[in-house]
Design a protein around this ligand. Structure first.
Ligand code: SF4
Length: 475
């Protein structure tokens, strides 16, 4: 159920919307690599193609040319092992007797199981195990004279994180939860509007950044233009992990470019945990900027000590432990001539389960590093995430089970320093109450049931590449 996904939406009569969505998903590939999908609408019909794997694997020329229309939504998905199946690929089509829509979401609905049972009781059928299908069916089932009223009614019942795009045959809807947990931004292309999880997707397709979608906002885009409905948002809860790790460093979130924020995290580590060393490196790619920040602050020269095979997925977001273990070995090749005999500072973004870091330390030692001093941008992660990031259960989180000296010994480093929460907040440069910091503090922005049941819905277990063409007449 837990996901960290990339979403995109476009309404533009003069563009090849399927192709632009493909390239935008390509730019958002880091947010999820397990499945991809695009849905388009031409005023009368919705068409959707989804499949397992990265966007370039799912789509070819033939697939894209089948996706005609002037409106599109797209999705890259990450999921846990239990729900890794083609039927969970998004966008998902939901329908009732009156209408249909396609929906794609980034986030996690905490009360999804309760809503699912209620919807099943009303006769709604589910084809996936995703909470995205719960949101879609909840919108369909909600009272209202138009889609906006239905969405407004539905989101009053949703608890959790959702940055969502919804496609009907002739309109595009954009929804962000009142806490604003997952990022979502709005931009323009020549003849229309786009929305994306991160601004880097806008840059890649030549769209101009306009603004963030505000927490609690609903946007509708149709032939009359764009209309915004601002929702109530008394508390903010942007995920701080977007700044540390998830989002690309060339993205802008909450008005801040991430690259300098990550450099500031490295500088903060150099101030909080200074060390006598010869060279410093950031673990590529997510800690590269932090490594340069540490070097600048400390005066220790920065080097590239590990060369990354860029075609291996991110180990943290790979769905099972076996693939994660293999991933570390496949992912990095050390530069022995750079590392041999040196006292090395290694800056990394985070330690979650503690399964990756010992392998990194081992690789560096084998390459000749004399001392290894680990410096970590994220404070110790002690609590699980219920807002769309599949970190681990509390039992699996190493900082929930061991002290910092014990972790240092476990990973095989000579010293270990975690950036403080204050140091992290200072690096991002926005007030603390903007953020969710729950995985460090256990203080969740909304109440969560710590031992939540996993939502396992009755589902068809489809496999491989899935193509769906849905002929949906206008509503
Ligand atoms: S718990 Fe951690 S990972 Fe989850 S939304 Fe909050 S800050 Fe982000």
């Amino acid at each position: 159920m837990h996901e960290s996904c990339g979403i995109f939406g476009i309404y533009s009569p003069d563009e090849d919307v399927a192709r632009l969505t493909f390239f935008a998903l390509f730019a958002l590939q880091h947010r999820g690599q397990e499945s991809s999908g695009i849905a388009t609408a031409d005023g009368k019909k919705i068409r959707v193609i989804t499949g397992m794997g990265r966007v370039s694997y799912v789509f070819d020329e033939g697939a894209l040319s089948n996706l005609s229309g002037h409106i599109a939504i797209g999705h890259n998905r990450y999921s846990t092992a239990g729900s890794s199946r083609a039927s969970n690929a998004q966008p998902i089509i939901v329908r009732n007797d009156d209408s249909s829509l396609a929906i794609a979401n980034n986030g996690n609905i905490i009360n999804a199981k309760y809503l699912y049972e209620e919807l099943v009781g009303q006769g709604y059928k589910f084809n996936s195990t995703t909470d995205t299908e719960v949101i879609g069916n909840l919108i369909l089932s909600s009272p209202g004279n138009n889609w906006v009223e239905k969405i407004q009614h539905a989101i009053r019942r949703l608890q959790g994180a959702y940055s969502t795009v919804v496609l009907t045959p002739d309109e595009l809807f954009v929804i962000r939860d009142p806490l604003g947990v997952r990022p979502l931004c709005l931009g323009t292309v020549d003849s229309g509007w786009v929305v994306a999880s991160e601004s880097c997707a806008l840059d890649h397709i030549g769209a101009a950044f306009v603004r963030e979608v505000t927490p609690g906002e609903i946007i509708v885009i149709n032939k009359n233009g764009l209309e915004s409905y601002k929702g109530e948002s008394s508390k903010k809860g942007a995920c701080i992990f977007e700044y540390i790790y998830f989002a690309r460093p060339d993205s802008i979130i909450n008005g801040r470019l991430l690259y300098p924020a990550r450099q500031a995290m490295g500088a903060g580590l150099a101030r909080e945990y200074p060390v006598d060393a010869d060279i410093v490196m950031g673990v590529p790619d997510s800690a590269t900027a932090a490594g340069t920040g540490f070097a600048r602050e400390s005066g220790i020269p920065v080097v590239e000590g590990l060369i990354k095979n860029r075609y291996v997925g991110r180990t943290f977001i790979e769905p099972d432990q076996r693939i994660r273990d293999l991933g570390v070995k496949l992912k990095f090749n050390p530069l022995s001539q750079v590392l041999d005999g040196e006292r090395l500072v290694v800056v990394d973004d985070s330690i979650v389960r503690g399964t990756t870091t010992p392998s990194v330390v081992k690789i560096l030692r084998k390459a000749g590093a004399k001392e290894i001093h680990m410096r970590i941008c994220a404070p110790p992660i002690k609590y699980p995430c219920f807002f769309g990031v599949d970190m681990a259960t509390r039992r699996e989180l190493i900082a929930a089970q061991k002290t910092i000296p014990e972790i240092c010994e476990f990973i095989g480093a000579d010293s270990l320093g975690y950036l403080s929460i204050d140091g992290l907040i200072n690096s991002v440069g926005l007030p603390r109450d903007n953020f969710c910091l729950a995985c460090f503090t256990g203080d969740y922005p909304i109440p969560v049931q710590l031992e939540m049941d996993k939502l396992e819905l009755e589902t068809m277990a489809a496999g491989g590449h899935q193509e769906v063409y849905d002929g949906t007449e206008g509503r």
